[in-house]
Design a protein around this ligand. Structure first.
Ligand SMILES: Nc1ncnc2c1ncn2[C@@H]1O[C@H](COP(=O)(O)OP(=O)(O)OP(=O)(O)O)[C@@H](O)[C@H]1O
Ligand SMILES: [Mg+2]
Length: 328
């Protein structure tokens, strides 16, 4: 196939052909990023900015910036990976093909720091860049991979891998796969199988391990084979109070709510207290607090009864938060 137009550009295969190339059952998958780029003569030039547009890579990266507060090191790494894959595509067109980079990853951080959310974005990005056939993320934990009896683990693990093939296998709290105290635990069998697939299917499966940093370190120390196959370790730090407040603003705007000026102050006070309490889980705690505030606002409005304008329906007031047990 040759590029359309006089100057070789980044014209892609028509969408239909690409969808077919990506496999029939995945016909509903988004854009034709999968299409193999056409080869170019040695004296041609590529336009990476145009390529980014065609693949709608910037759309994913911009959404990541706009919809996720903070996480600067995570965002930086994602941009680096995007750049690498773009350059790889361009190189391939000049016949400079190299083995695809290994993109298995590990996301460490406390609950509610955005690991699952970023995994979904990552899958989307890798799909657009043609690294993955689909943008699907199959999320599993130990129970989905490890059986209770002899002979149960291999089929279970392989079934999960099969479901994820072409996309991302996201293993939450991955360290539970390994139980140091029990040598005969079937978890090691699941790990062995995972390792095989991570090595042999590295261009068709991205495995993301997620969990707390300290336990993940212990897990890697006991499983050097796993550690050595993970190319990217991304740390998700706890959010600062300012970041949590910004996350709240973002969540409310997405749901068409807003804080009154006083409620904004009350909510910061709420956060400061909540952060010091048990089971605080970062952005998830923010989401839950806002959900409960919506409930209280609704009761308040229903009690008020009449003459409610649009802004009344959108506005959260201090009392919607002050009833929380965090203030007791
Ligand atoms: N930086 C952020 N900006 C805006 N919203 C965020 C951010 N991080 C997380 N969230 C939101 O917080 C909620 C929890 O995030 P997510 O489920 O990704 O966390 P997690 O790290 O996977 O948590 P867990 O370890 O408990 O599984 C989601 O609703 C997500 O949209
Ligand atoms: Mg999660």
């Amino acid at each position: 196939m040759t590029a359309a137009g006089s100057r070789p550009g980044f014209a892609l295969r028509p969408a239909a052909a690409a969808a077919q190339a990506a496999g029939g059952e995945r016909g509903q998958e988004p854009p034709p990023a999968q299409a193999a780029p056409q080869s170019l003569p040695a004296d041609a030039a590529v336009d990476l900015a145009a390529e980014r547009k065609v693949l709608r890579v910037d759309a994913v990266l911009d959404a990541l910036d706009a919809e996720l507060i903070g996480l600067v090191p995570v965002k930086t790494r994602i941009r680096e990976i995007a750049a690498l894959l773009l350059v790889d595509r361009a190189r391939a067109r000049f016949g400079l093909a190299a083995t695809p980079p290994s993109l298995h990853m590990c996301f460490t951080g406390n609950p509610g720091t955005g690991k699952t959310t970023v995994a979904l974005r990552m899958a989307e990005l890798l799909h657009r860049l043609g690294y993955l056939r689909t943008s699907k993320v199959v999320s599993v934990t130990r129970d989905d991979l490890v059986g209770q009896y002899v002979g149960h683990t291999a089929p279970k693990t392989k079934e999960a891998i099969k479901r994820a093939m072409g996309g991302v296998l996201f293993i939450d709290e991955a360290y539970y796969l390994y139980r140091a105290e029990n040598e005969r635990d079937y978890g090691s069998e699941a790990i062995e199988i995972l390792l095989q697939y991570m090595e042999n299917n590295r261009d068709d499966l991205v495995v993301i391990l997620a969990g707390y940093a300290d336990r993940m370190d212990t897990f890697f120390a006991s499983n050097p084979g796993m550690s050595s196959r993970i190319a990217h370790h991304l740390e998700f730090p706890d959010y600062s109070l300012n970041e949590l407040a910004a996350i709240a603003d973002l969540m409310l705007a997405q749901q068409r709510y807003r804080f009154s000026d006083e409620a904004k102050t009350t909510f910061r006070d709420y956060l400061a207290r909540r952060m010091d309490q048990p089971r605080f889980s970062n952005a998830r705690s923010v989401r839950n607090a806002l959900e409960r505030a919506r409930l209280r606002q609704a009761s308040r409005l229903v009690a008020a009864g009449s003459d409610l304008g649009k802004d009344d329906l959108m506005r959260l007031e201090p009392q919607d938060f002050l009833a929380s047990r965090v203030f007791r």
